[in-house]
Design a protein around this ligand. Sequence first.
Ligand code: IPM
Ligand code: MG
Length: 360
Amino acid sequence: MTKQILVLPGDGIGPEIMSQAVKVLEQVNQQFNLGFSLVEDVIGGAAIDKHGVPLADETLALAHKSDAVLLGAVGGPKWDTLDRAIRPERGLLKIRSEMKLFANLRPAMLYKQLAEASTLKPEVVSGLDILIVRELTGGIYFGSPRDTVTLENGERKAFDTLPYSESEIRRIAKVGFEMARLRNKKLCSVDKANVLESSRLWREVVTELAKDYPDIELSHMYVDNAAMQLVRAPKQFDVIVTDNMFGDILSDEASMLTGSIGMLPSASLDAQNKGMYEPCHGSAPDIAGQNLANPLATILSVSMMLRYSFNEVRAADAIEQAVSQVLDQGLRTGDIFSHGMTKVSTDAMGDAVVTALAKL
Ligand code: IPM
Ligand code: MG
């Protein structure tokens, strides 16, 4: 049976990095006889240009019908002045929410070849391997009421709402515990329970659930402390579970420990492990169209897709091995370049991964 993958390149560097990921996907498809068929559509600014909305109904229907979605990045200055309701980012939030992709897995792993590329001392980051589990369909990103109003005195006032129900907390915490079980059995739940109601419930529910996971060492940390600990001693963490906004912020921070956000893939999964896979980075409009972007985060997202949605472990391992080999060869895009290495373009990096794969 063929399995359909929906490819959504998006905006900015999205199309460039996606063509490299598609090359890699086509290579493994053939090499490991995976039986994938690819369909492509638009999201974000590209969809606004084509349909007037950042996610068309037919694209969403295609996503529902597909077995997995691979996404590049959305957004750019061209669409920044549009009304919030039709900005490119709304397309991304809508597809996450409509597909019920509540569990966002963001691994931050340091390739040993890139220890020099991190802004932190090599001894602080070497061997780093953290997984951030971010709640993705709730919290302040989706809470209502939210609005900007004008008060009687003419002053403008804006507000957002940060709601979490017990069941939303429990299902993401469960993912955190399960992931910890597959790794080093340590889970750190990050919240702001000293200030926020939603965080107090978060902490209570996570603590209750811990009874089902006696083999997991659970800790709790306030988000401000977690932000500090991530740069002070990041190797103390194994799995971090946290809410939508804290996870957004901490995952960008964690990415820099690994040298570049250009290396980090992510998986967003629903309750059945159906998922959307995307790099953690954005659309980088400043370097778009120049063949400069690092395609490895998107290529590694393909590997996560093979692992989590299709259980194609051999093909997933092969991609990771190929990426490691091109780093061994000294090939670097600008974001991970360091002295003595060979600077390559987006295309050349993609080609090198395909060549390495074909030899495995
Ligand atoms: C991310 C991004 C998105 C988010 C933006 C583009 C809406 O920063 O995936 O981390 O905030 O979730
Ligand atoms: Mg982000």
